[in-house]
Design a protein around this ligand. Structure first.
Ligand code: AMP
Ligand code: ZN
Length: 469
């Protein structure tokens, strides 16, 4: 399976050829943990999950690395505004460390419910301050930094290729500079590597450094941590399109300036999810979180299905009506799969030619820049094709689900007996106990259910049960 990915650096589809045979290293910019993720953020993580699953499906040994930003991200990406963590701390009265812990957990709870596979390495910025300091030292040695007003800046004029990926025109940058530019900057696009003179008197996250007590600039962490876990050159770096012009542009500058080598081979960016206001934002009151969708009666996988219906490089407009349609389609799909599983039908071990033909087309669409809308229609074609035996159709669907991640295996067969009321309430009680982390109680209830002849399994979308025959 030859995979083609749209590479933002060259603005074209390019065949994926990894640095090391059969291995793929990918780095994804992770969440800034000062608040819940909104569903726009989650769309980007779903796209990255599809990318990872497609690489694995094609036989690559994938190493997926993701950072957690728990320090240094200001409300403006270009060194302006307030530290997002501090702002959240001021607003909630919680310590910055507790906020980071709380929202990191909330983030992974969301991703698990969306069937997003956990990265192989999750690295927190606050646990890699030494790596960041080392990187600044390298940049300093090579003459890419200057000190001004107590902070250490990266000088973009020392790096020839600055802004190449974003097609930035540096002359425009100078003249079109924003009104309020940090007066310490020699060039308005220079960026802070290390803050020693905190703008915020109550900054509590501070570390010793050769330049004084302070904290890192936001862009630094992704360069330092990706190189630590994937090497000074690696295959894929991804994130949302908003990161192209500042964050990734600065990451490239500082990484390549430090090593003198080309850094990343494929830059993949997911387009935005838009809401009624146009741009999705966390700043105004209640915003669109996964929990909010669940509160409205949706399953997290309805949202995953909704995202699969659009190509990752197209903008997607969110509405509850559109989500409702995705839910209906997913329910219909589940009903079809349940029907195929009726009467104890199990998936076939090998695919015959007609089922394989659907899988082949599915793979071709996935391999061509992750075209999930077309891949999904092959799944539907196979599910509906009554000329193919149910066991074959199931096997093909399970194969496709390795990339789609819709938990098709967990769907109960049609016609299965309904659960009696008492067992149903025991399952509900057990789910509550699990939510409260009362695992002893959850285990006791599991034993009771087992004695009643009911096996249960915990899946990202809830507990599924099956009566023993
Ligand atoms: P953040 O937590 O703000 O650093 O963002 C996490 C990820 O979500 C990044 O990869 C962003 O590029 C991405 N992102 C932010 N807003 C959106 C949106 N509305 N739609 C899709 N992705 C987004
Ligand atoms: Zn990043």
């Amino acid at each position: 399976m030859n995979i083609f990915l749209y590479n933002t650096m060259y603005r074209e589809l390019r065949e994926f050829k990894p640095l090391k045979d059969e291995e793929a290293g990918m780095y994804a910019c992770g969440p800034t943990v000062y608040n819940y993720a909104h569903v726009g953020n989650l769309r980007t993580y779903i796209f990255e999950d599809i990318l990872r699953r497609t690489l694995a499906y094609a036989g690559y040994r994938v190493t997926h690395v993701m950072n957690v930003t728990d320090v240094g991200h200001l409300t403006d990406d270009q060194d302006d505004g307030e530290d997002k963590m501090l702002k959240s701390s001021r607003e909630t009265g919680m310590s910055v460390w507790d906020i980071a812990e709380y929202y990191t957990k909330a983030f992974f709870k969301d991703t698990t419910r969306l069937n997003i596979l956990d990265p192989h390495v999750v690295c927190r910025a606050t646990e890699h301050i030494d790596d960041m300091i080392e990187l600044v030292k390298r940049l300093e040695k090579r003459g890419h930094t200057y000190e001004a007003g107590g902070n250490i800046y990266f000088s973009i004029d020392t790096f020839d290729q600055y802004g190449r990926m974003a097609n930035l025109n540096l002359e425009d940058l100078q003249s079109g500079a924003r009104i309020e530019v940090d007066q310490n900057k020699r060039n308005p696009k220079d960026f802070v590597l290390w803050f020693t003179k905190s703008k915020f008197e109550n900054q509590v996250m501070l570390w010793d450094s050769p330049w004084g007590k302070g904290y890192p600039g936001w862009h630094l962490e992704c360069s330092a941590m990706s190189m630590k876990y994937l090497g000074e050159q690696f295959d894929i770096h991804c994130g949302g399109t908003d990161h192209i012009s500042v964050h990734h542009t600065n990451e490239i500058a500082q990484s390549e300036a430090a090593t003198g080598k080309k850094w990343v081979r494929y830059w993949c960016h997911g387009e935005f999810l838009l809401d009624d206001t146009g741009k999705m934002s966390k700043s105004k009151g209640e915003f669109l979180t996964l929990d909010l969708l669940i509160k409205h009666g949706f399953d997290p996988l309805d949202y995953r299905y909704f995202c699969l219906g659009a190509h990752y490089r197209s903008q997607l407009r969110f509405s509850f009506q559109a989500l409702e349609q995705a839910k209906t389609s997913r329910n219909n799909l589940a009903a079809r799969i349940a029907e195929l599983k009726k009467d104890q039908v199990e998936a076939a071990d090998t695919l015959d030619a007609p089922a394989q033909a659907y899988v082949d087309r599915f793979e071709a669409h996935a391999a061509k820049d992750l075209n999930m809308p077309r891949s999904l229609s092959e799944l539907w074609g196979l599910v509906r094709d009554s000329s193919i035996a149910p066991a074959q159709r199931l096997a093909g669907c399970y194969r496709m689900d390795l990339i789609l991640g819709l938990s098709l295996k967990d769907i109960a067969p049609a016609g299965e007996e309904l659960l009696d009321e008492e067992s149903a309430s025991l399952i509900a009680e057990r789910e509550e106990a699990r939510k409260d982390k009362d695992f002893a109680k959850a285990d006791t209830i599991r034993d009771i259910l087992q004695k009643r002849g009911i096996d249960i399994k915990d899946t990202p979308s809830g507990t599924v049960w099956r009566k023993r025959v």
